[in-house]
Design a protein around this ligand. Structure first.
Ligand SMILES: [Zn+2]
Length: 446
């Protein structure tokens, strides 16, 4: 079936084009016609600015249950982690489906058409597998389908409870749900996961804190060849110090020596890197996923995004802990953090920031065919109002600057995934009351 969308204004990667007709068939854009001043008969009209669908390249869906709660009082990254483990203890495949469906619906409402779910909550409390060992991962895949968005399930190897100067600690307490015992057993379970349709199967190492050299980096690299592979990297200085003490190398160097850095690899955070680390990741063409709203929430620091970009790394963006879910905020935070740090403006253009939020994010999730409004690309796009209280005023040709530096997820009026309109007039078409769904799902795991 062929459908036509008429876009009042469209972001075509370099400029805003007024009056664009997009023809969609079999979930792909088949034609992009410019100079179409009025909607063709039968076309769905999208007023405002239409952008390629946003890619949320790093998510832990269950962290959404911590919003607000973890802002009371003080604390550190590590005390925050204790709260997070408390929620992790309570989830079942059914309650996780409900929570993730609501969170992914919130993402669709914010213009996100694909999520990279960094998933390590594999087993029952205590560590015994469910009858279906992939019950939790399959619940996440089903939740994305129910919310109408695409998912790359970054199924995660998590074998150790932590790394300190004395070496690796065993999984303890809530962490026992995360572990498969050995990398081989992880592979056995992982290879049963099925992608297709809206789902792509990727892989992840949680961090160098949770995977040691003796666990088999070489085997992991072989198993995941050609697959998107992500890792949390150097989010906290303590990880670097322990890694240097035990391995005599930084986490980025340890991973380089293990063959981890490839164009299909993504480093998440990459906050505390040496100059050598930046060169290793950049020369390999690996992506770096910045999560600025989480990094500021957890007081991690500001990663060296401009230097990574200069070294050759594409940048992507993720809402990670979901302190907020708003890719426009992530995009502008990357630039504004640099302004504060350097007291200089103009590190990225709005076009470059949009590319991180779209094309480069989708590529890091194993979808190189998404993130552009062009024939052959996935028919995934989202529309923001240019007449809201936040976006009214600027000329439409400044739509990219308006989107990145002023819009919020609340300005999204339409989200289309695979040609199907999931959000229409700001309302989710599959999840009737998203706030109520969030409230109920979070109350169930409180
Ligand atoms: Zn994370």
């Amino acid at each position: 079936m062929q459908v036509t969308y008429w876009l009042e204004h469209a972001w075509l990667g370099t400029h805003v084009e007024p009056g664009v007709a997009l023809t969609v068939a079999d979930e792909r854009i088949t034609e992009v016609r410019t100079g179409v001043d009025a909607p063709p008969a039968g076309a769905t009209v999208l007023r405002g600015l239409t952008l390629p669908g946003l890619a949320n390249a790093h998510s832990h869906a269950f962290h959404r249950a911590l919003r607000g709660t973890v802002q009371v009082g003080t604390g550190t990254f590590w005390t925050w982690r204790e709260f997070m483990y408390g929620v992790a203890q309570k989830l079942t495949p059914d309650t996780y489906f409900d929570l993730a469906r609501a969170v992914y619906a919130e993402m669709a409402l914010a213009g996100i058409t694909a999520v990279g779910e960094f998933h390590y909550l594999h087993h029952q409390p205590g560590g015994a597998p469910y009858d279906n060992p992939n019950a939790m991962g399959e619940a996440l895949i089903a939740a994305a389908d129910a919310a109408g968005i695409r998912i790359t399930l970054l199924d995660t190897v998590y074998l150790h409870g932590g790394l300190n100067r004395n070496g690796y600690a065993p999984l303890a307490g809530p962490q026992t749900r995360f572990g498969d015992g050995t990398a081989d057993r992880w592979y056995e379970r992982w290879s049963q996961l099925k992608g297709g349709g809206h789902a792509t199967i990727g892989a992840a190492l949680h961090s160098v804190r949770a995977f040691s050299a003796s666990d088999g980096y070489t085997a992991f690299a072989r198993w995941t060849d050609g697959v998107p592979t992500h890792i949390h990297l150097s989010e906290q200085p303590a990880e670097n110090e322990a890694c240097v003490a035990v391995h005599g190398r930084t986490p980025a160097r340890l991973l380089a020596d293990s063959g981890f850095w490839k164009p299909t690899a993504t480093a998440v955070h990459a906050t505390h890197l040496t100059g050598e680390d930046i060169g290793l990741i950049g020369r390999a063409g690996s992506t770096v996923c910045m999560c600025p709203t989480t990094e500021r929430d957890l007081a991690d620091g500001i990663g060296p995004a401009p230097r990574l970009k200069a070294a050759g790394s594409p940048l992507s963006l993720g809402s990670d802990s979901h302190a907020v879910i708003d890719l426009f905020e992530e995009a502008r935070a990357m630039e504004l953090n640099e302004r504060l740090r350097t007291r200089a403006r103009g590190h990225w253009t709005a076009a470059q920031l949009l590319r991180a939020a779209t094309e480069d994010g989708h590529a890091s999730l194993g979808r190189p065919d998404a993130g552009r409004l062009e024939p052959g690309a996935a028919a995934d796009f989202t529309t923001i109002a240019l007449d809201s209280v936040r976006t009214a005023g600027p000329m439409p040709r400044l739509g990219a600057e308006t989107a990145v530096f002023a819009a919020t997820g609340a300005d999204v009026t339409s989200t289309v995934v695979g040609g199907r309109q999931i959000v229409r007039d700001g309302r989710h078409q599959l999840v009737e009351d998203v706030p109520a769904a969030l409230a109920a799902a979070i109350a169930a795991v409180r």
